[in-house]
Design a protein around this ligand. Structure first.
Ligand code: GL7
Length: 839
């Protein structure tokens, strides 16, 4: 270790220092200072965005000491670290979360007030980095929050997409996509680290050679090289000093490779090459649960995986840990198969670049990786055509062939009498055009394989990964998903959180199981009254927002029935729509019918190329247009599609819900995490026995959950018998009436063709079995309406839901990962000047 020049050693930072101090006066001074020196504005011409930026920098300053200290501690201790590899991180806004985690939310609110500013307005300014599609990307963000809070050394590795998930607008009832410009007004939360850039090879060919020590080696001569530039964001835990790093890679052209063109005078050609390289991190693929198999997507995967693994090797070198200990220093968790190429890339780095033998490299690799599967949907399983692989990753393909050959030798020994096992389990699909099956590569290369809810893990073992389960039963385990209560309760629902803390103290925020203590308040009239009042006030605020932004008046006393998630046929937003049409038909048949007033709210994006999902959005809007205007309906029904659903908007939605729609076809939703966020905020769930719904119901009690529909086994059995949706249509008069009303053009200005594709699919295929579940859903919804009238009963149910959600904290999930196979324990971070309590 070199001794630093004493003149360059930082003086100890004082508590009242403008960059670290946490009292209100210091915060104000720091804020004004940043407004002047960073935004370059006097207050009289500053915009709300300038104020937001000044505040963001004020808060960022207060993270830095913790962040650097965290990294330094890990380096000094050589701490074992989780590397969470994910193509998506759906972070949501940082400012509010950082204020909560630093414990300065109220003080900053007051500081802003004293400056004549409104913290809420400033929080609204933040454009969230929408670097994910839905549940999978948000889960990664919740897990990083929990790892920091639990003081677990971790690095999140991903891609710094210039364009995140598109912005959704609705025009004439249709979804319109607009590009997302999250970097437009500046992004204060990251620090670029160009000095740690790494090269990534693409294309070309391989050559064999014998090295100076007479060893047989392979050299990869790439077609070109792309540079990955790390952009780091500190992620502070809740009331701890730990601030872990999210490291996102941005693609840049390697300087050297355009020189030839440049020197020969083709300046524009050289710049063109640069653009092509930079395309890699340009845009997030906007598909949720669908694999499109595009070349650029494979490039994105190898790009961030290679950068990340090279970065890990650099970190080990910096800490002087020999590379043989890679699997002791790091556990690499693969979030789905998007990073599964890592198995081949680590082999390549260890063998080709670091001269290890095959067996040594394979020993390390298979002790390093763990794979989380997030879906059973066949259209989401990634496979890449061999030809594409060979073109972009010729060396990886060779390595995968070798991995596969050795693996199939094991299969042959294990199943000498069953030759079909070879083709079934092979990493290469040879049934037609040849493909690399990424899930098989992930399974062979990992020490642990997990599903994301109990049912999902069971179905994996019985279904898609059955052969791997037979062969490696000990690798398989379940890790039911969780969500962070810091963002989805404390930040998004401060009033509920305060009411809870007043009763049971503040510890529940870090130990969500303590919510159990609320059960003793379930009959307390004060608490019940307060609980109801909070829900009502939040509903009223949402009603005001809707009035202002959509010009639709909604009744805050009505039942707020909300389905907010990506639009997908398996999630069955159109089943929900069929109930709305059914209610409407009942009103039209009998205008004085007694029904519980309801407001149906939808939110969620459809993949731009998913036509049926877009048609479902149009259908919901079309129904809303008619129902919301029909005088017969009075204020009993309102239907609204809320545009551009995002993490930021979700935080407003969950607290306002009475009823949470979790109505996927059983066996299709791996877990769901919105289901947890709604229930934590006192919504009751109407749901199928799918994903984590099953475990939520187990926890809250079956009497506090509205269950309907077929089980996953019944779904398979019904399909096997030969399912004919048309029979249901003909024999169920309310279903027929609902379908016929849509088909008649009633909701589409007489256009009978508009919804026909959707209706045809339902009547003749109905892959997601809406018709089979229709009656059970209608009955259950009618029952929900009745129970809602019984205010005492409903309140009791909602309190018990909140009280029993402890299991669904992402802290519990992360502890399980740590204990089960990550084998990592907390590393507390000490900061000289303050104790965590003082934060
Ligand atoms: C998903 C599942 O669909 C969802 O049920 C699950 O909660 C989430 C996180 O585990 O992962 N799988 C998937 O491909 N996407 C998901 O949201 C996009």
């Amino acid at each position: 270790q070199t001794v630093p020049d004493p003149r360059l050693v930082c003086p100890p930072v004082r508590v009242e220092d403008d960059r670290t101090g946490l009292n209100i006066e210091t915060l104000k001074r720091a804020f004004l200072d940043n407004l002047f020196y960073i935004q370059g504005k006097f207050p009289d011409i500053a915009t709300q965005n300038d104020y937001y930026m000044a505040l963001a920098y004020t808060v960022r300053d207060r993270l830095l000491k913790r962040w650097l200290k965290t990294a330094q501690t890990y380096t000094e201790q050589g701490s074992r670290t989780v590397c969470y590899l994910s193509a998506e991180f759906l972070l949501g806004p940082h400012l509010g979360k950082n204020l909560i985690n630093l414990g300065i939310y109220d003080d900053v609110q007051q500081a802003m007030e004293e400056l004549g500013l409104d913290l809420e307005t400033l929080l609204e300014q933040e454009e969230e980095p929408g670097l994910g599609n839905g549940g999978l990307g948000r889960l990664a963000a919740c897990y990083l929050d929990s790892m920091a809070t639990l003081e677990i050394p971790s690095i999140g590795y991903g891609i710094r997409y210039e364009y995140g998930i598109f912005e959704q607008d609705i025009r004439d009832g249709w979804q319109i996509e607009r590009s997302d410009k999250w970097l437009r007004s500046g992004y204060p939360w990251e620090v670029p680290r160009p000095e740690w850039s790494v090269p990534v090879k693409i294309g070309g060919h391989t050559e064999q050679y014998t090295d100076e020590r007479g060893r047989f080696r392979v050299r990869w001569v790439p077609h070109h090289v792309v540079m990955g530039v790390p952009h780091d964001t500190p992620l502070l835990g809740y009331q701890v000093n730990t601030a872990n790093t999210l490291r996102l890679w941005r693609a840049e052209a390697a300087e050297s490779f355009d020189f030839d063109a440049f020197n020969s005078g083709d300046y524009v050609g050289a710049v063109h090459e640069k653009m092509v390289s930079e395309n890699i991190s340009k845009v997030l693929y906007p598909n949720d649960n669908i694999s499109q198999g595009k070349e650029l997507r494979l490039l994105q995967q190898i790009f961030f995986v290679s950068c990340s693994l090279q970065d890990m090797i650099r970190i080990m070198e910096g800490q002087k840990i020999p590379l043989e200990k890679f699997h002791e220093k790091f556990v690499v968790q693969m979030n789905d198969t998007h990073p599964a190429i890592a198995v081949a890339e680590l082999m390549r780095l260890l063998i080709d670049d670091h001269c290890m033998t095959w067996d040594q490299a394979w020993g390390i690799t298979t002790r390093t990786f763990a794979y989380t599967n997030h879906t059973l949907l066949p259209e989401a399983l990634e496979r890449w055509p061999i030809a594409l692989f060979k073109k972009l990753l010729p060396r990886h393909l060779e390595l995968i062939y070798e991995i596969n050959q050795r693996f199939l030798d094991d299969v042959r020994i294990r199943y000498p009498e069953q030759p079909q096992m070879l083709s079934q389990m092979s990493i290469i699909d040879e049934s037609g055009e040849r493909y690399v099956r990424m899930a098989h590569l992930a399974c062979v290369g990992s020490m642990a394989i997990n599903g994301v809810a109990a049912l999902h893990t069971e179905l994996l073992k019985q279904g898609v990964l059955h052969d791997f389960y037979e062969m490696y039963p000990k690798k398989f385990n379940n890790k039911t998903n969780g969500v962070t209560p810091r963002r989805f309760m404390v930040l998004s629902n401060p009033r509920l959180s305060r009411a809870i803390t007043e009763r049971i103290g503040p510890n529940w925020v870090k130990h969500l199981d303590e919510l159990k203590k609320l059960e003793s308040y379930v009959d307390d009239p004060n608490f019940r009254q307060e609980f109801r009042q909070i829900k009502f006030d939040i509903k009223q605020e949402l009603a005001t927002y809707i009035q202002q932004n959509y010009g639709v008046a909604i009744n805050p006393n009505s039942l707020f029935d909300i389905q907010a998630k990506r639009i997908h046929e398996y999630k069955r937003q159109h089943l929900n729509a069929l109930y709305i049409v059914t209610l409407y038909n009942r009103i039209k048949a009998n205008p004085n019918i007694e029904i519980t007033p309801r407001t149906f709210l939808f939110g969620g994006k459809a993949a731009p190329g998913y036509y049926t999902a877009k048609l479902i959005i149009k259908l919901i809007n079309a129904i809303g247009d008619v129902v919301n205007r029909d005088p017969d309906v009075r204020d009993r029904l309102k239907v609204l599609f809320l545009k551009d659903y995002s993490v930021k908007f979700a935080q407003r939605i969950y607290p306002a819900a009475d009823l949470s729609e979790q109505i996927s076809t059983a066996g299709k939703e791996a877990s769901g995490t919105g289901n947890m966020k709604f229930a934590m905020n006192g919504a009751l769930t109407i749901g199928t026995l799918d994903g984590a719904n099953i475990e939520i119901r187990e926890e809250v009690g079956e009497e506090n959950f509205f269950l309907f529909g077929m089980t996953a086994d019944e779904v398979y059995a019904r399909k096997a018998q030969g399912y004919n949706p048309y029979d249901y249509y003909q024999s169920n008069s309310e279903l027929k009436l609902a379908i016929d009303r849509i088909a008649s053009g009633f909701f589409s200005h007489g256009d009978r063709k508009l919804f026909q594709p959707l209706l045809d699919t339902l009547m003749h295929r109905d892959d997601y079995m809406l018709f089979a579940d229709y009656q059970a859903y209608i009955d259950c919804q009618d029952y929900v309406g009745q129970v809602f009238q019984d205010v005492d009963r409903w309140t009791r149910m909602t309190i018990l839901n909140v009280a029993r959600m402890g299991k669904f904290s992402s802290d519990r999930a992360i502890r399980d990962y740590c204990e089960d196979f990550w084998k990592i324990s907390p590393v507390p971070i000490e900061i000289e000047e303050y104790s965590p309590e003082a934060i």
